[in-house]
Design a protein around this ligand. Sequence first.
Ligand SMILES: Cc1ncc(COP(=O)(O)O)c(C=O)c1O
Length: 370
Amino acid sequence: MKLLVPAYVKSIVPYPPGKPLDELERQYGITNAIKLASNENPWGPSPKALAAIAAALDDLHRYPDGSSYALTQALAKHLGCDPNMLVLGNGSNEVIEFLVKACIEPGDEVITSHPSFLMYQKFVQIRGGINKVIPLANMRHDFDAIVDALSERTRLIFIDNPNNPTGTLFSSEELLQLCHVLPESVALVLDEAYVDFVDQEQQLDSVGLIQQSKNGPQIVSLRTFSKAYGLAGLRLGFGIMSASLANMLHRVRQPFNINTLAQVGALAALDDSDHYWRTIGGTRAGMRFLQKEVEKLGCCSYPSQANFFLIDVRGDANRLYEAMLYKGVIVRSMHAYGYPSCIRITVGTEAENYRFVGALAECLRELHYV
Ligand SMILES: Cc1ncc(COP(=O)(O)O)c(C=O)c1O
């Protein structure tokens, strides 16, 4: 190719999404495969969202409302914040992209953790920024090392809570201590994609923190409709932040970044507390069942506050991942994430959880792991 593309773009390794079900069934000539690899909602979308989407189909010849007015108002009411503090994105992924676009110029630094959600680093690379990647300590964000990594050029810090893939949490005391030492020139981004699954008493009041913060870093909370609300395919996420930072993010977004169906679907899902609480309850029950069963099989399960958890299978995780594919079960190997004997699985429906445990037992036997 003759076209000149910057070296920092050429060096980007594309994000590895979980294997799609269709692809597995095509490749292995099987049917009825299940996917427990992408932390999706196994109970499907909210029926209220589906009805709202169906009702909006006749309007698809019109551009969407570029301000997502109704959804923004409803979210602000739901969260108890000013609508000007919200920025909606095509998935929370897009809000991560807006933050990087708005705050980073080539050579600026962004602090992330490893292993953690990979997209933070990808967006920084696209922008020519510099990733400073801090290894987790005992599967948790290492706040001391994050502070040590600060420099004059640090603009953003991304920490997910719970962390993907470990499912670990930090406390509000730890967060406040971190905020005390961060300069005003930095934005601290709390990615709360899985916050809905966290036990009530362990949830941080991130909205209150953002509203109260005066001096110190900008605090941003990221949320999504892809997990507890079951709308991963619709692509709707949002960020909560000071109105002044939100104003900057709106400058870098396309005028119609949230499509009409996502606006009406998310609005209806927000109002469907039956579906929401069924998801939270089903996830917690499924997690208890799965953790008990995998321990019985001789594996080690790690506690998690999300809808996924890590399992140490006591052998090579890549081989187990492959063996599970033959049984029609897609999980995630954590080999490339620095945990060579761990897989990450998403809690499924009751039937999927049983199927997973059966397939795991067979694979462990076949591979002589336990
Ligand atoms: C920690 C974390 N943040 C953000 C996202 C992206 O979510 P969305 O579907 O809203 O783009 C994910 C998706 O898996 C995630 O695990």
